[in-house]
Design a protein around this ligand. Structure first.
Ligand SMILES: *Cc1c(COP(=O)(O)O)cnc(C)c1O
Length: 358
C-alpha cells in the first residue's frame, strides 16, 4: 500500500511519474538500457537535458536573458556558490527568516562581508520581516532571501523592492508551486528533493549579466558560468535525477502547469489551516499572512500528545509528520505531489484524534 508521505524531503513524488519511469526502467525509448545507464556524452542524454531545461523554462516561466543549470551538491552548495559567484564588492546582505536562511548567511561569512539586514529569529521565525531599500547596502553584491522557510512554515508574500541590488532567492521548498515572476530576481536556486523530484540535482537560474562577477578563486564545481558554458556537463551530472525531474516537468505540463497546481496547492493549504484554526486543540504560530502553503507546522497542547499523534497517525497511512528537531511538534509538507485525498485523510485523522484526546 502507498502511504501519504508528509516528509519535508526527500519527499512524495507523483504516482503517475513513478509508474511511467518504472515502465521504461529496463529499456528507455528503445535504447535497450535504462536512462541511468546512458552516457552523459550521448545524444540521448543531451535530449533529456535539453527537454528538462526547456520544460522548466516554459513552466516557471524563465525569461530568455536567464541561464538554467543542473548541478550537484544540494542547495547547501549554493550557500557557498552565491558569495563566490557574486563577489565584485565582497558584500552580501542576508534576511534571516529561518534555519536555511541562517545557514546560508553563516557559510557566506567565509567568503564575503556578509551582513544580516533583518531577522525574525527572536520570534522563532514566526513571521517574515518587511525589507526596505534603506536596509540594503547600496554597494552590496546581492540580497539573499529564502522564499519558503521549510522548517518554520513561513513564506515571502512580497518581493523586496530594493532597486538595483540583485535578489538571490532559495526556492528549494516552493519552486513551481505558485506563479512566480522570475524577472524580479537575479539568481534562483532549488534542490530537487522537495518539489521537483529525487535528491541529487539542484537547479540554478542566473540572470546572464551576473555571470561575470565571480571571485578568481571560485572552484569550478561551484562556478555557475562554467556549468552554463558546458551545458551542465562540465563533469558527470546526476543524469538519472535530471531525467526524473524531466518526467515531473512533463507531468506538471500535462496536468495544467503552474496555474493549475497553484489553485490546487492553495485549496490544499486552506483545508489544513482551516482545520487548525477551527479547533482550540491544534495551533500554528505563524502570522497568518506569512503562512507557507507547502510546509504546515502545527502543535497539540503538549509534547506528549504530539508524540502520540505522530505514532497513531502512522497506521492510517499518514507518515513522516514529525516536525524538525529545531521546531518540534508536527509538520505536514504538502508539496505539488501530495494529492487532495492526502489532506482530507490527514484532516479526518486530526478531528478524530482531537475528539479522543481533548
Ligand atoms: C532542504 C532545504 C535546503 C537544503 O538542501 P540540501 O539539498 O539538503 O542541501 C536549503 N534550503 C531550503 C529552503 C531547503 O528547504
Amino acid at each position: 500500500m502507498r502511504v501519504y508521505n508528509f516528509s519535508a524531503g526527500p519527499a512524495i513524488m507523483p504516482e503517475e511519474v513513478l509508474k511511467r519511469v518504472q515502465s521504461k526502467l529496463l529499456n528507455y525509448e528503445g535504447k535497450g538500457m535504462s536512462a541511468m545507464e546512458i552516457s552523459h556524452r550521448s545524444k540521448a542524454y543531451e535530449d533529456i537535458n535539453d527537454e528538462a531545461e526547456s520544460l522548466l523554462r516554459e513552466l516557471m516561466p524563465v525569461p530568455k536573458n536567464y541561464s538554467i543549470i543542473f548541478v550537484q551538491g544540494g542547495a547547501t552548495t549554493q550557500f557557498e556558490a552565491v558569495p563566490l559567484n557574486l563577489n565584485k564588492n565582497k558584500k552580501g546582505d542576508y534576511a534571516i527568516t529561518g534555519h536555511w536562511a541562517e545557514r546560508a548567511y553563516i557559510e557566506a561569512q567565509k567568503f564575503t562581508d556578509a551582513k544580516a539586514i533583518a531577522s525574525s529569529k527572536e520570534a522563532t521565525y514566526s513571521y517574515i520581516p518587511k525589507i526596505t531599500k534603506a536596509m540594503i547596502r547600496p554597494d552590496a553584491d546581492y540580497l539573499h532571501i529564502c522564499q519558503n522557510n521549510t522548517i518554520f512554515g513561513t513564506r515571502f508574500n512580497y518581493t523586496p523592492d530594493i532597486g538595483n541590488v540583485p535578489i538571490v532567492n532559495d526556492l528549494s521548498s516552493c519552486i513551481l508551486s505558485e506563479e512566480f515572476d522570475v524577472s524580479k530576481y537575479g539568481v534562483l536556486y532549488a534542490c530537487g528533493q522537495k518539489n521537483i523530484g529525487p535528491v541529487g540535482v539542484t537547479v540554478v537560474i542566473i540572470r546572464n549579466d551576473l555571470l561575470d562577477k565571480a571571485s578568481p578563486v571560485c572552484p569550478s564545481m561551484s562556478h555557475w558560468a562554467t556549468h552554463v558554458k558546458t551545458k551542465s556537463i562540465y563533469n558527470t551530472p546526476p543524469t538519472f535525477a535530471i531525467y526524473m525531474a524531466m518526467e515531473v516537468f512533463r507531468h506538471l505540463k500535462e496536468t495544467g502547469g503552474v496555474k493549475a497546481i497553484q489553485t490546487q496547492n492553495r485549496d490544499k493549504a486552506k483545508r489544513l489551516y482551516d482545520c487548525i484554526d477551527n479547533s482550540s486543540f491544534y495551533k500554528n504560530i505563524v502570522v497568518k499572512e506569512d503562512r507557507s502553503i507547502m510546509n504546515v507546522p502545527f502543535y497539540t497542547p503538549s509534547k506528549e500528545l504530539d508524540a502520540k499523534f505522530i505514532k497513531e497517525a502512522e497506521p492510517h497511512g499518514l507518515v513522516t509528520l514529525k516536525g524538525h528537531e529545531t521546531a518540534g511538534g508536527m509538520r505536514a509538507s504538502i508539496y505539488n505531489a501530495m494529492p487532495v485525498a492526502g489532506i482530507d485523510a490527514l484532516v479526518a485523522f486530526m478531528k478524530k484524534f482531537e475528539m479522543e484526546n481533548r
